[in-house]
Design a protein. Structure first.
Length: 255
């Protein structure tokens, strides 16, 4: 099979493409070109045929800035602690609410699917707490407001163990209020604590937040199989305690 190579001079002085090409030698005298930009963990951009790396000429400078920015955020203890707060609070939240339907369909409640679905209307409490988070932090201070949110979430988890429908619903409302209070405060802290690339810091926080939620939906399943919903709640409260310990060390500069 014959191959045709475009002469190198055809790639000289291309508008907007200032990247120096590098090559990997392949069998039969072929070579594959690639370019690198930035530092830190790689972000791999693969083009199809008949396009080539010129396709990414506008993306690569921005991607290199994001990668470097993310690396800087991981070296900032205040940002990392805020990120971990988000991880643990959503781990606990997802753990409880993922396995709540099993609690509600069993005695003493024995609710049907419609009532179980309606129970998630308690999320409205999170809308309230998110909207007042700034005022709560201004009045109490960041650490105290975060610890109050964690405390409310833990209390709500414990109330969810009650056999009374009224107490259970109250507990879920308190849990949601506390969860989203912490979430709003932690996200605001991360954005404020980041000295550069605040959008990248927010993205890092949200990545950890939803990873915590994914882990919270999965890992407690083993506990639920072994000891039921009380074990899930115990795990959620333990995660909240870890998050609260981290929140207690956050810098007050992000009030």
């Amino acid at each position: 099979m014959d191959f045709v190579r475009t002469p190198d001079e055809h790639f000289a002085n291309l508008p907007g493409f200032s990247f120096e090409p590098r090559y990997v030698d392949l069998p039969n005298g072929l070579r594959m070109a690639y370019v690198e930009a930035g530092a830190g963990d790689p972000i791999l951009c693969l083009h199809g045929e008949p396009s080539w790396g010129f396709l990414y000429r506008k993306m690569m400078p921005r991607l290199s800035e994001v990668a470097r920015g993310t690396a800087r955020h991981l070296l900032d203890g205040s940002v990392v602690r805020g990120v971990l707060v988000g991880f643990f609070v959503f781990f606990a939240f997802q753990g409880t609410f993922t396995y709540l339907p099993f609690r509600l369909e069993a005695p003493p409640f024995s609710f049907g699917p419609a009532v179980i679905g309606a129970s998630y209307l308690v999320f409205v409490a999170g809308i309230v707490s998110s909207s007042v988070a700034g005022r709560v932090a201004a009045r109490l201070g960041l650490r105290a407001a975060l610890l109050a949110g964690f405390g409310l979430a833990a209390l709500g988890n414990l109330l969810a163990l009650a056999g009374s429908t009224a107490v259970l619903v109250t507990g879920l409302l308190v849990l949601c209020y506390g969860n989203w209070l912490v979430h709003a405060l932690a996200l605001g802290h991360v954005a404020t604590a980041a000295e550069t690339d605040r959008a990248g810091a927010n993205a890092l926080y949200l990545l950890a937040y939803y990873l915590g939620g994914a882990a919270g939906a999965w890992a407690p399943g083993f506990v639920h199989q072994a000891v039921g919903f009380p074990g899930v709640v115990a795990g959620s409260v333990a995660a909240l305690a870890l998050g609260a310990a981290i929140a207690g060390s956050l810098s007050a500069r992000a009030g």
